[in-house]
Ligand binder design. Structure first.
Ligand code: 5CA
Length: 440
């Protein structure tokens, strides 16, 4: 992509109402445009990152054997009346009426909708377990939307749902999601800690929040520091094997959100040198709620004895739009964003400092086309701006590698490679650029 064709409205100054780094940087880097309180449009750079995160989450759900579906944003109130949550959900739910006067709502979550799909289609225990997910916009009329897309009113969520015959197999489904979440967040360049948590309006008796440590997070977390040293999940993990040992290795170390915190337990279970109390950002939340929805909504199957029984369910959320902010919170410096390779909007930024020099333009065009041909995403700054403006814009948008083409490029046939993360700069020959980048 050439910068002269790209819609990238960067700002010099942070907007006054943005309080935290990620919100400021997303606005300054031209990723977002606010529509109203807690509601945003995603501009090209922001949308690229959102899609990359969405795809990693999708790949990991698929790898764990979860089926992708797409449910509507607008749901009928009737199913929420059946589950009993229509009144419980309160003012966070956006309620609307269609032209026939039927009560509808903009979905804040989908337990009822997915349970309705299940009860219409599945009859026998032989079809279980069933695992479904979708990636869809949600609306919650949050009391205090803040920090940009971090606590929005409209936000993108991956929500998954499990249906099992009994408590035991439902626990195995829970473990599957638990492990796949650890792997997903690893791929996103994040260390997410699973914390035992309250279930709130979703309900149930077992729940974990996945939280990344950050001073600007809204959650208070208490944990045993050794949880950060547990080994990563194997890339080829077999999701149909028994995953309880992995899950227990996390659960054996005390880690809780503040609604589950007990000072006595913390002191008893964690030696003083490992006790940690910090702020964090909740990027995922999983729940097991047994038959809370299946019983009132009559989502039943026939078991092996021909008896009708309600299914055991769980739900599993990841805040996809929140993750964009969370990744920036954990990876930026005073000059701007530093994208992890897995979610960077472009792999490479190519800067031409000599846009009026015919030979420099020729060199850059060649590098640009050759890299593009190898399937590398490259943003070519071919704009007629000062070097200072070009450097600060490229640092702000945070691409991992910059190729800088200046006066030496024409004279000596070299370009500079700058790593955004370390700031290290390296000179290489123009003829080696493509191979060098390909090997990275
Ligand atoms: N039905 C369950 C799981 S599918 C559910 O809705 N869980 S949740 O309420 O915890 O939301 C799941 C994830 O969505 C959260 O962990 C968080 O990362 C994200 N999320 C929740 N509310 C917001 C919000 N207002 N803005 C941005 N992201 C949010």
């Amino acid at each position: 992509m050439k910068l002269t064709d790209y819609f990238l409205p960067v700002l010099k100054e942070s907007p006054a109402d943005a309080e935290i780094a990620s919100h400021k940087l997303m606005l300054r880097a031209g990723m977002l445009s606010q529509s109203s309180s807690g509601i945003y449009s995603w501009l090209p750079l922001g949308l690229r990152v959102l899609k990359k995160i969405e795809n990693i989450v999708r790949e990991e759900q698929d790898a764990a054997g979860v089926n992708e579906i797409l449910m509507p944003t607008i749901q009928p109130a009737d199913i929420w009346k059946e589950s009993g949550r229509y009144d419980d959900y309160g003012k966070e739910m956006l309620r609307i009426k269609d032209r026939q006067g039927r009560e509808m709502l903009f979905g804040p979550t989908n337990e009822e909708q997915v349970t309705d799909i299940f009860r219409r289609t599945v009859r026998s225990y032989k079809e279980l377990p069933s695992l479904l997910y979708h990636i869809q916009w949600k609306f919650r009329d949050e009391l205090r939307p803040r920090f940009g897309i971090m606590r929005g009113r409209e936000f993108l969520m991956k929500d998954a749902y499990s249906f099992d015959l009994d408590k035991e197999s439902s626990r195995a489904s829970y473990n599957k999601f638990f492990v796949s979440y650890l792997k997903t967040f690893e791929r996103l360049g994040l260390k997410a800690i699973p914390m035992a948590a309250d279930t709130g309006p979703i309900g149930g008796d077992m729940s974990h929040e996945f939280v990344i440590i950050s001073d600007t997070g809204e959650s208070d977390i208490y944990f045993d520091n050794r949880i950060l040293n547990l080994t990563n999940i194997d890339e080829n993990i077999q999701y149909n094997s028994d995953l309880s040992t992995i899950v227990e290795s996390y659960q054996d170390l005390y880690s809780v959100a503040d609604d589950k915190f007990s000072e006595d337990d913390f002191n008893l279970k964690v030696p003083e040198e490992f006790r940690k109390h910090t702020k964090g950002i909740e990027v995922g939340h999983i729940f097991n709620f047994a038959t809370k929805y299946s019983e009132p909504m009559k989502a039943n199957v026939l078991n092996s004895n021909g008896k009708t029984v309600p299914v055991h369910m769980g739900s599993y959320g990841i805040g996809i739009s929140r993750l964009v902010g969370a990744i920036i919170e954990s990876s930026h410096d005073e000059n701007g964003i530093i994208w992890p390779n897995s979610v960077t909007p472009f792999d490479i930024g190519l800067i031409n400092l000599k846009i009026k020099d015919f030979d420099a333009v020729k060199i850059c065009e060649k590098i640009y086309l050759e890299l593009k041909d190898t399937g590398i995403d490259i943003l070519y700054d071919n704009k007629d701006d000062s070097p200072g403006a070009k450097f600060s814009r490229m640092d702000l948008i945070g691409l991992p590698i910059q190729i800088i083409c200046g006066k030496n490029s024409v004279k000596d046939g070299t370009v500079e490679i700058k790593y955004r993360n370390s700031g290290d700069v390296k000179l290489i020959n123009i003829s080696d650029v493509v191979n060098f980048i390909k090997n990275k």
